[in-house]
Write a protein that binds this ligand. Sequence first.
Ligand code: G3H
Ligand code: ZN
Length: 281
Amino acid sequence: TLARTSELIESAQRAAIAVPAFNVITIEHAEGIVAGAERANCAVILQVSENAVRYHDGRLRPILAACSELAVAAEIPVALHLDHLEDEDLVLAGIVQSGELGVSSLMIDASRMPYERNVEATASLAKRAREAGLWVEAELGEIGGKDGAHAPGVRTDPEEAAEFVRATGVDGLAVAVGSSHAMTSRQAELDLALIERLAQRLTVPLVLHGSSGVPDAVLRDAVKAGIRKVNIGTALNVGFTASVRGFLASDPGATDPRAYLRLGREAVAAEVSELCAVVAG
Ligand code: G3H
Ligand code: ZN
């Protein structure tokens, strides 16, 4: 069923678990994620990033309409989220189209800006998004790796984070605690004590980005320490691409994309059901 992000996060808070949020690029990702989540009997968030929207010619509707259709038909609750929006116009388009697309949350990512400008940009857009009934996530302390290079050094300061949440009115906060985007091997070390301090200091749920690089045991500890939304993208693409590459290497004459996209979709489903058990089990 199509669910709202706020309800999934609230029920994760009550159960002291996290909601896994998986990045969708193609319809095969969305189908694979829903299939994997159904296998694990786990509520999930399908999230489409600004980069993925750009890949689809800057249009929200084609990929989100597919996600929404799959969510409605799913055996488990599925919420739709717009991820890492840096472009103000896309935030506004997301707000306007959220109702018809079934989107119930978005992330305003002004984390590349200095603190004051981050607060300003986030606060005014967050206000408009919240007025439209959306759950709003923002980021403080830029989490590295968005441009490919890993930069896991930055940390979110708990006092600054408390002030940021107060000043912007956001519902959830992405925190820099050691993870980094786009890691293809699982070797990130998280500052678990910092996650605990942030969870104690803040009234809003914490979001872990760059979770593909975090080993299972550390992900479990991060959820115990207070992470309530776990964002995963790259790990799905690693599995997807490996299966496609393997197929094409073994059958260089293949032409029908269904033969290999099917394998990619199944690799996504397998990864998703395992990760669901780790963060929401
Ligand atoms: O917002 C998306 C996530 O932070 C995904 O990060 O691709 O490194 O798993 P990842
Ligand atoms: Zn992220």
